[in-house]
Design a protein around this ligand. Structure first.
Ligand code: SF4
Ligand code: MSK
Length: 675
């Protein structure tokens, strides 16, 4: 029982103010409960540990044992020459650029290694080495196969016929996996980008050669005494981040869609209140959907349902945290129980019978919180284990995936009877529509011209929709949970900016009820509200998990292809944003968006402020190379208006700045506009 195992609150320990820590009532309630039980959470730890003032500015180097070398900005700023240097002579620009590059490398590695694992499962399924996974979405495979040079038809007796789908899958899977380490050439998927963007990458010499090489090269270049030109380091950041966005992440999304189905809109719920007192509650957390897909299937099996009933439960309630949540939400409607900062709190309910984690964004303190309750914490991935003794490791293997999933579920079901009596599940949960993809947006916003992004572009040209913003990323305990995300997005949709969202930001939107078509009438400007009402979509479209930011790249590419809004992504009235970012993956995402021509604004602080010349390169000079640039705003309203100002600048450049009555235009008219 929770109270028996709880740690006594430390005297004089600083505790978070729940109201200041989160805007979400369920979160506030669970923070209070944790504090009453003497269980510390990330919110309390953020009170007692403040960030290092030099590290946060990006100007601490620990790349060799002569350091750490710390280069604080002089009080009053730098006048004249910046003479700061480390023992080896590394300047503040070099140090900050190296630190930034290592974040890109870690982020790109995380996404891409996830993609590699999916590729391996994909190949097993294609070769029929496992019965648990099939090639599910044949149409999607046929659509993307040519991008890796895989033929979908074959000549038989002089006639072109469809190739066997499993034959295509084997060749596609093997070519996909080769993208991580091919010895020659450049990544095949880069050619999916608009031609002018691809040409910019060629001109600037940044086409990634293979995924692993670009990440390794960052680690080499940032080793002591190698690359000491911040511009050259940023160039490698571009290569590695493109290898993530247009490589590892995009391949992961495609292969997951082919294996598990391309998402299409569905209804679900979100927040801790999705947990049920009379059900076995199993929470999956992390990023890779390969195991969680099996857990979903196992939880729906009669065998498991009967077993749960035999132990006194009414059923099995699955829920998710972080991006594993988004993966099983978008394909099966399984509701997320919360986002990154809520992971400890679902255990604090006392009703979490098992939490199953895979990779990324999993707090080690989960083990300490689980120890205070009956919760079984189960790690499943060979590269992501925990040192605490109460953690169970059940290693997942795609060759007996269903058996692994059932074993995990049985553990959870057996544990149902061990619950204490002090269960407290907050009531809060909200309805959401999730599961948008490039394909479903094309369908919903394609109007009578379904098959293109015609209607979306047309509504931007006629001014009903002012522009678009991809608002993505994490929560960060240094700011009020969900506040920056929600304040920013409400301001954007109020100003007729349609929002595409992924990751924990999407879960924040869901818990705040922004992912329903009805939201439009309450929060949107008149133009966006009208479009949402006519089409029946929410003003904020949930596009999935962190690797699914690749969907946003392709949605922008579709907008360029549909015509009327310029010739490149950088011409579009669109922007990117990560208001509550915390992960290195967000830096890789931000950099591939910037390098793809997107003005990208981060909330909180970027660890670049201690090196103003380097920061200026990211914030201003990069625009000359790729058309996109970084920016940073702590205030979410100013953040929103920086995006709106950028959208208006692009509208003006396109000649569509004057709001106009909707005019029906044909393709020639729209092409004339972009000429
Ligand atoms: Fe200091 Fe240079 Fe070593 Fe960095 S690489 S810790 S700046 S001596
Ligand atoms: S999970 S990377 S906290 S979005 Fe993708 Fe959320 Fe950020 Fe992790």
């Amino acid at each position: 029982m929770a109270e028996e195992k709880a740690i006594k609150p430390e005297k004089d320990k600083k505790l978070a103010d729940p109201m200041a820590a989160s805007i979400d009532a369920a979160t506030q309630q669970m923070i209070l409960r944790a504090q009453a039980l003497g269980i510390d959470t990330v919110f309390d730890r953020a009170e007692s540990m403040k960030p290092c003032n030099i590290g946060i500015q990006g100007i601490c180097c620990k790349n060799c044992a002569m350091g750490p070398c710390r280069l604080p900005l002089p009080k009053g700023g730098i006048e004249g020459e910046d003479t700061r240097k480390g023992l080896c002579g590394a300047t503040a620009n070099t140090i900050a650029a190296r630190n930034f590059a290592r974040m890109v490398a870690a982020g790109a590695a995380a996404h891409s290694d996830h993609g590699r694992c999916v590729a391996e499962v994909f190949i097993s399924a294609a070769r029929k080495e496992t019965n648990d996974y099939q090639i599910k979405d044949h149409g999607r495979l046929r659509d993307v196969a040519p991008a890796l040079g895989v033929a979908t038809t074959v000549e038989v007796d002089g006639v072109m016929v469809d190739r066997d789908i499993y034959e295509i899958a084997v060749e596609y899977g093997e070519k996909a996996l080769a993208e991580w380490g091919k010895p020659e050439g450049t990544l095949d998927y880069l050619k999916r980008a608009p031609k002018p963007l691809y040409e910019k990458w060629v001109k600037n010499g940044v086409l990634p050669r293979n995924i692993d090489r670009e990440i390794v090269e960052i680690m080499h270049r940032t080793h002591m005494g190698v690359d000491q030109d911040y511009k050259n380091i940023v160039k490698q950041c571009t290569r590695a981040s493109l290898a993530d966005g247009w490589g590892g992440s995009m391949l992961a999304t495609d292969m997951q869609d082919i294996l598990f189905g391309t998402p299409s809109p569905l209804q679900s719920e979100a927040n801790i209140g999705i947990m049920k007192e009379d059900h076995v509650n199993v929470i999956v957390h992390g990023h890779e959907p390969v195991l969680s897909e099996m857990i979903v299937a196992a939880a729906q099996s009669q065998e498991m349902l009967d077993y749960a009933k035999s132990k006194g439960a009414k059923g099995i309630q699955l829920g998710g945290i972080c991006c594993t949540a988004n993966e099983i939400l978008q394909r099966h409607g399984v509701p997320p129980a919360g986002n990154f900062l809520q992971q400890e709190l679902v255990i604090v309910t006392g009703a979490c019978d098992a939490m199953v984690v895979d990779i990324q964004c999993v707090m080690q303190n989960l083990a300490n919180v689980a120890k205070c309750f009956h919760t079984k914490l189960i790690t499943t991935h060979p590269i992501a284990r925990m040192e605490q003794e109460n953690v169970i490791h059940i290693e997942f293997d795609e060759h007996h995936a269903m058996d692994d999933a059932k074993r995990i579920l049985k553990l959870a079901i057996d544990n149902f009877q061990n619950r204490g009596t002090e269960v407290m599940i907050p009531k809060q949960k909200a309805t959401q529509i999730a599961g948008f993809s490039v394909e479903s947006i094309r369908y919903h916003l394609g109007g009578t011209f379904r098959g293109t992004y015609y209607t979306l572009n047309d509504n931007i040209i006629n001014g009903r929709i002012r522009g678009g913003a991809g608002v993505v990323g994490c929560n960060n305990a240094r700011s009020q949970h969900n506040n920056e995300c929600i304040t920013l997005i409400k301001e954007l949709i109020k100003n007729d900016v349609i929002v595409l969202t992924t990751g924990c930001n999407a879960i924040a939107c869901a818990t705040e009820g922004l992912l329903t078509p009805e939201t439009a009438a309450v929060y949107c400007g008149p133009g966006l509200a009208e479009v949402c009402e006519v089409v029946g979509i929410p003003p904020v479209l949930h596009l999935g998990s962190c690797v699914d930011n690749s969907r946003i790249l392709l949605a922008l590419t579709e907008m360029v292809a549909a015509g009327g809004l310029g010739k490149d992504i950088s011409d579009l009235p669109a922007a990117g944003s990560a208001p509550e970012w915390m992960s290195e993956k967000a830096i890789s995402i931000g950099h591939y968006f910037v390098s793809s021509g997107v003005y990208t604004v981060f909330g909180g602080i970027l660890q670049t402020t201690g090196a103003p010349v380097f920061q200026n390169y990211l914030f201003k000079e990069m625009e000359k190379l790729y058309g996109g640039m970084w920016d940073m705003y702590t205030d979410p309203i100013k953040h929103a208006h920086a995006i709106i100002a950028h959208i208006d600048k692009k509208r003006k450049a396109l000649g569509i700045d004057k709001a106009r009555e909707r005019v029906l235009m044909d393709m020639a008219d729209r092409q004339a506009l972009s000429a």
